[in-house]
Write a protein of this length. Structure first.
Length: 209
């Protein structure tokens, strides 16, 4: 049975992790969403610039960056995101978004690090009841753009035909598509792992016998 688990998670890696790696290995910047209120922009600037090692000098008067509130907030929010490096670090109470378009100007350079492919996977916690696993599958597969075909009869990830294996595929699919740590919760029945589950030890530990 463990051999089936390993093969199953190898399929997950092939189908999902490659897309995540491609998405991460590129430059991205964190900027405010359109329509964010001035009060939220000010709060975001204060939060980012109050953190350790955050140099907000360029958005101070005479610093070279535009002085309008949106531009100043964009610089500060991006500075924080680049320093921390995770997708969820560009959230700011749902007032931020990631862009592939460099917002830099001739006098104001927005830093951007090539985001490393630090892959992670969302899997069921050991001992999760079958009813919860099935509920997780139903939830994910009812969402728009969630392709659960691989775990349907005849799909390449249908075997092993267990609730745990199918739930792991569905939950990880949802997590990879959304990219936030809170998208791997599923009523506290999920856990994020940075171990590649296609490796025998990880697969055995995560799914059990």
């Amino acid at each position: 049975m463990k051999a089936f688990h390993i093969a199953f998670f190898t399929s997950i890696v092939a189908l999902q992790s490659l897309n995540l790696a491609n998405a991460q290995n590129r430059q991205r910047w964190c900027i405010p969403k359109p329509g964010v209120t001035d009060s939220m922009l000010i709060e975001n600037i204060k939060f980012a610039c109050d953190q350790p090692n955050m140099d907000c000098t360029p958005i101070q008067p005479g610093g070279g960056c535009p002085q309008d509130l949106t531009s100043r907030a964009a610089y500060a929010m991006n500075l924080y995101y680049q320093d921390h490096g995770e997708v969820w670090d560009c959230d700011f109470s749902n007032t931020a978004t990631l862009t592939d378009v460099d917002p830099s100007t001739a006098t104001c350079k927005f830093i951007s690090k090539l985001t490393p492919a630090r892959l992670s996977w969302c899997v069921p916690k050991p001992g999760t009841p079958v009813e919860q696993l099935k509920s997780n599958i139903d939830y994910v597969c009812s969402q728009p753009k969630m392709d659960c075909g691989p775990i349907q009869l005849g799909g390449e990830c249908y075997d092993p035909n267990t609730a745990a294996s199918h739930a792991a595929f569905a939950m990880n699919l949802y997590y990879q598509s959304h990219g936030n740590k809170w998208d791997c919760d599923f009523s506290n029945s999920a856990v994020i792992t940075n171990q590649d589950p296609s490796v025998m030890g990880a697969a055995s530990t995560l799914l059990g016998p």
